[in-house]
Design a protein around this ligand. Structure first.
Ligand code: G4P
Length: 313
């Protein structure tokens, strides 16, 4: 299964973001620090081409600090890009963000030349939490004005610092399969678009290969045999530990899957990041190759069909 998730309202968001991106000085892209590349939006990069970007790796409190450092270095080495890590409920978030934006666009300041910033992020990344924390009581919100789409909000973080928040989010086709699973594990994908058991097995597969001690500790698994268990044995073990057993002693895989997904989302297994820049690179390469192969097959079939048509057609 590959995770696909493109709610209907996202086409509208695409238009709104494309429109707003033209008039802002820079873009803030909120990413999930546990899966920065999976939560990045290639479509946003296209729509805001040429604009400086501040990448916020949010939920850093749940992510592996070593890997967050690697991701920050990765993004900070890109031209016109700055990256910071954040926990959107932290008190200093406002200052950190405005400071980073002002450092990127120093010439936009003063009431005549406000710094105009667009903020975007996939669902559940923590955008509302962050914005609510930033608005405080002093700032005003406006919407429904000429030049501002109905549901868009313009937030005055200071007289000369305007933040545009577009509702909804862009979500292009997920071509990297691992990225789809990561988003699903993190809770960004609607429940009706995924098979929890499958997502849990993928998560277990990654955890047992990269975070085995945390897994063993969380589910009190003996060190020796657990290192040889496969994903299914792990899910069975978790089911037994959590009492996810049906009548006749049958394992309730669904319940066990929900258990591990909730544990992961709440950071109960530990601080975990499901991808590194190198891993992402490898997955992306594989996905592109697969896409190219599929395209070649489709084109060959099309050519074959054309060749079969009668000459007078
Ligand atoms: P969105 O607007 O981008 O869709 O996301 P929202 O702010 O609603 O946040 C989604 C969930 O993520 C919320 O939890 C929120 O509390 C949590 N969250 C946001 N930022 C952070 C962060 O930096 N660290 C951690 N650990 N969690 C964060 P929820 O369970 O859906 O709601 P609630 O528990 O806040 O009621």
């Amino acid at each position: 299964m590959a995770i696909q998730w493109f709610p209907g309202h996202m086409n509208k968001s695409k238009k709104a973001i494309a429109e707003r991106a033209k008039s802002v000085d820079m873009v803030i892209e909120m990413l999930d620090a546990r899966m920065p590349a999976s939560s990045e939006n290639p479509l946003l990069a296209q729509l805001s081409k040429g604009k400086p970007k501040l990448k916020i790796l949010n939920k850093q409190d749940l992510a592996d600090p070593e890997r967050t450092k690697i991701w920050l270095e990765h993004y900070n080495s890109r031209p016109d890009t700055r990256a910071i890590a954040l926990d959107s409920s932290e008190t200093g978030a406002h200052g950190k963000i405005t400071q980073a934006c002002r450092a990127m666009i120093p010439h936009r300041q003063g009431i005549d030349k406000p710094l105009r910033v667009l903020i975007c992020g996939i669902p559940n990344v923590g955008k509302s939490t962050l914005i609510n924390g930033m608005i405080g009581k002093k700032s005003a919100k406006t919407g429904n004005e000429p030049g501002i789409t109905k549901a868009e909000q313009r937030l005055f973080l200071a007289d000369d610092f305007w933040l545009y928040d577009t509702p909804g989010m862009l979500w292009p086709k997920i071509i990297v399969e691992e990225g789809g699973y990561n988003l699903a594990a993190g809770g960004a994908v609607g429940r009706n678009a995924l098979d929890e058991e499958e997502v849990a097995l993928e998560l277990l597969d990654y955890l047992r290969r990269h975070y085995l001690p945390m897994l063993q500790e969380r589910y009190q698994a003996d060190k020796d045999p657990s290192s040889h268990w496969d994903d299914n044995s792990w899910l069975e073990w978790i089911a037994k530990k959590r009492g996810a057993v049906l009548s006749g002693g049958r394992v309730n895989y669904q319940k066990a899957a929900e258990n591990i997904l909730t544990d992961f989302r709440e950071g109960k297994i530990g601080r975990i990041t499901l991808e590194t820049p190198n891993q992402w690179e490898t997955w992306l390469k594989k996905a592109r190759q697969k896409e190219a192969e599929l395209k070649a097959i489709r084109e060959a079939r099309k050519a074959e069909r054309k060749g079969q048509k009668p000459a007078d057609e």
